[in-house]
Write a protein that binds this ligand. Structure first.
Ligand SMILES: [Cu+2]
Ligand SMILES: [Zn+2]
Length: 185
């Protein structure tokens, strides 16, 4: 299931609870993973919060800032590397199923492709939320974004056309956050 939802303003709260969430008292809660993104200039670009839902989907909530006005592609890239300014070290899109790029591509899509672009406002901030059934944080699953040292979440200068292999014609990489297991941080 791929749905787009509006995000409540809880990113600050999510940051504050990230560490205690792994304490024994919270052990039965589904754990949130908060990833901090930076722009190619090293500015704070906000957060991406990952959480597994009871239905076994991965919820991804973006609260981004310090980005240019307009529509921007967001992907999960294959390597846990954010090497500013071009972020090339993150490699291509996370693609354990060896597909082509884009939800509108008949040969697609990569596991790292998200269902929608994010819209950044004139205040240089924007939010988006997705739930996808083709990514997880489950140990042993091929679509686990934490496996093999992790992955990276990437924002691009342009929107994704959802069909051009392998990049979605989304242009330069402008913000990045490393996605790693809490024990590896
Ligand atoms: Cu990308
Ligand atoms: Zn892709």
């Amino acid at each position: 299931m791929r749905t787009l939802l509006l995000v409540p303003a809880l990113s600050l709260a999510a940051c504050l609870v990230a560490a205690p969430a792994f304490a024994p008292a919270f052990a039965k809660e589904k754990e949130k993973l908060v990833v901090h993104l930076k722009t190619s200039k090293g500015e704070d670009a906000g957060t991406a919060t990952f959480k597994e839902t009871k239905k076994g989907e991965l919820s991804i909530k973006l609260e981004l800032k310090n980005l240019p006005f307009g529509e921007h592609a967001v992907h999960i890239h294959a390597k846990p590397v954010c090497d500013a300014p071009d972020f090339k070290g993150a490699g291509g899109h996370f693609n354990p199923d060896a597909r082509q790029h884009g939800t509108l591509n008949p040969m697609g899509h990569h596991n790292g492709d998200l269902p929608q672009n994010i819209s950044i406002g004139e205040d240089h901030a924007g939010s988006a939320a997705f739930k996808v059934d083709y990514l997880s944080m489950k140990e042993g699953s091929p679509n686990n974004i934490l496996a093999n040292g992790g992955t990276a979440i990437m924002v691009h200068e342009k929107p994704d056309d959802m069909k051009t292999d392998p990049t979605g014609n989304a242009g330069n990489r402008i913000a990045c956050g490393v996605i790693t297991a809490p024990s590896a941080q």
